[in-house]
Design a protein around this ligand. Structure first.
Ligand SMILES: *Cc1c(COP(=O)(O)O)cnc(C)c1O
Length: 462
């Protein structure tokens, strides 16, 4: 299948349509200026093809919509909760489930339950909300991803892997007692959607077990990771994505989940654990921050849609199309010489803005500028993943200067067809041809937390 030259098509057809608005350049110049050159501040109705994120932007199936009518909106003990719980056990294998309104709700609860002031929390590269919740709970995040992950052109097949020497080095430096858990994101969003191998998670488990350190799986895109293992790792070609996912999760102790990604819904998440005491703590806390432990901030119908989405998302036909759409788009850019992160990741194509706009210094936000320019050029929306997303060091107050200065072009699941991808790629390539005309940005408003969402900019030299 993977190397076949035969054409492929999306394994679904359209039943309901949502019209798109086409605007002209003049209109978009004005819109992005008003939005402070931040694509998060654009009105979605001013966007033609929305490739900002794959979070909560999924198209639900008729099966899921039908499930919405079966919402049991009882305050306690909703039947949809028990269905979701049984599916989490079936597909991920964890014993206990606490639903949350989305992924960061799960991260908040788990960080508070497990981290004590002065603890260290290693992870295979940071994720914005994950790291923030760890810091707010008194922990210090330590990146233990392999060095290859920081090199956009390195073709390592599992660039999300943990560097065991870095992990062990941290254990030796601070002691296992100061490390409540290690977070394994798979694939690694911030590294360009790069996967973690089964071999690597097994080794992480061995080391972590020796020092009594829990492994928390950020399972948000775990199905894509399972697909990459099937495609790339020896011994897995004949296993289904569902089997691989279950095996991967079995090497971990807990998971945080944003259902808005893999699980084909618009809202929802959960935290799942094997350990009873941790579960008790989470179940106590969810009542304070999210809602009762059988709904966690969700309507019964949302839990039903998420449980059904899980069944559909884990199908090989779905996940392979999902990843192939991303590969198709990435290949169009590669063929035109546009610098992108390779190998192409599972949910997005990451353009290397440092190379694309090599004349704009990093503190003039080249990736932010590129995302804005792409919108002006085409009406397509994407986002920055570089110095703005990285934020500031809480001690020195300086910007973090990440090695990767990227623009993320992300694909919602089951929403767009190949023809939309052709249009979007065409415009990236047009922009690349006139890249030397581009100018950087200056930040004129900076929020305290997760600044990339709401920061505002002005164009330099205009
Ligand atoms: C989106 C995401 C989260 C946070 O989930 P939300 O539902 O947006 O709160 C955590 N980790 C990863 C890897 C993500 O992609």
């Amino acid at each position: 299948m993977a190397n076949s030259k035969a054409p492929w098509a999306e394994p679904y057809k359209i039943k309901v349509v949502e019209p798109l608005k086409v605007t002209d350049r003049e209109y978009r110049l004005n819109a992005i200026k008003e939005a402070g050159y931040n694509t998060f501040l654009l009105k979605s109705e001013d966007v033609y093809i929305d490739l900002l994120t794959d979070s909560g932007t999924n198209a639900m199936s008729d099966y899921q919509w039908a499930g919405m009518m079966l919402g049991d909106e009882s305050y306690a003990g909703s039947r949809n909760f028990y269905y979701l719980e049984s599916n989490v056990r079936k597909y991920y294998g964890y014993k206990h489930l606490v639903p949350t309104h989305q992924g960061r709700g799960a991260e908040h609860l788990l960080s508070r339950a497990l981290i004590k002031d002065g603890d260290y929390v290693p992870g295979n590269m940071y994720f914005t909300t994950t790291r923030l919740h760890q810091e707010l709970a008194g922990g210090t995040f330590v990146d233990v991803i392999i060095d290859e992950a920081h090199d956009p052109q390195n073709l390592h097949p599992f660039k999300g892997n943990v560097d065991l020497a870095k992990f062990e080095g941290l254990i030796n430096r601070v002691g296992g007692g100061k490390i409540p858990y290690i977070t394994i994101g798979a694939p690694v969003n911030m590294a360009g959607g790069q996967p973690v191998s089964m071999d690597n998670i097994r080794r992480v488990k061995e080391l972590a077990n020796k020092h009594d350190i829990m492994i928390v799986f950020d399972a948000t895109r775990g199905m894509e990771n399972a697909y990459f293992i099937q495609q790339r790792e020896e011994g897995y070609a004949n296993k289904s994505v569902a089997e691989i996912l279950l095996e991967f999760a079995s090497h971990t102790d807990a998971a945080t989940m944003s259902g808005k990604k893999d699980l084909l819904v618009n809202i929802g998440g959960f935290v799942a654990v094997n350990d009873w005491d941790t579960f008790e703590e989470l179940r106590n806390m969810v009542v304070i921050y999210e809602g009762l432990h059988t709904y966690g901030g969700l309507a019964g119908r949302d839990m039903e849609a998420m449980a059904r989405g899980m069944e559909e998302a884990v199908q090989d036909a779905h996940i392979s199309t999902r990843v192939k759409q991303v590969e198709y788009f990435g290949q169009l850019l590669l063929d035109a010489g546009v610098p992108i992160v390779e190998p192409i990741g599972g949910h997005a194509v990451f353009v290397d803005a440092r190379k694309f706009y090599d004349h704009i210094p990093q503190d003039q936000f080249p990736a932010q500028a590129l995302a804005a320019d792409f919108y002006i050029e085409s009406g397509v929306r994407c986002m920055e993943r570089g110095i703005v997303s990285a934020g500031r060091n809480k001690e020195t107050g300086e910007h973090y200067f990440p090695k990767l200065e990227l623009v993320r072009i992300t694909f919602p699941r089951r929403v767009y067809m190949q023809s939309h991808l052709d249009v979007a790629a065409y415009h990236v390539i047009e922009l690349f041809k006139k890249r030397h005309e581009a100018k950087g940005l200056e930040m004129v408003y900076e929020p305290t937390y997760l600044r990339f969402f709401q920061a505002r900019f002005e164009r330099i030299g205009k």
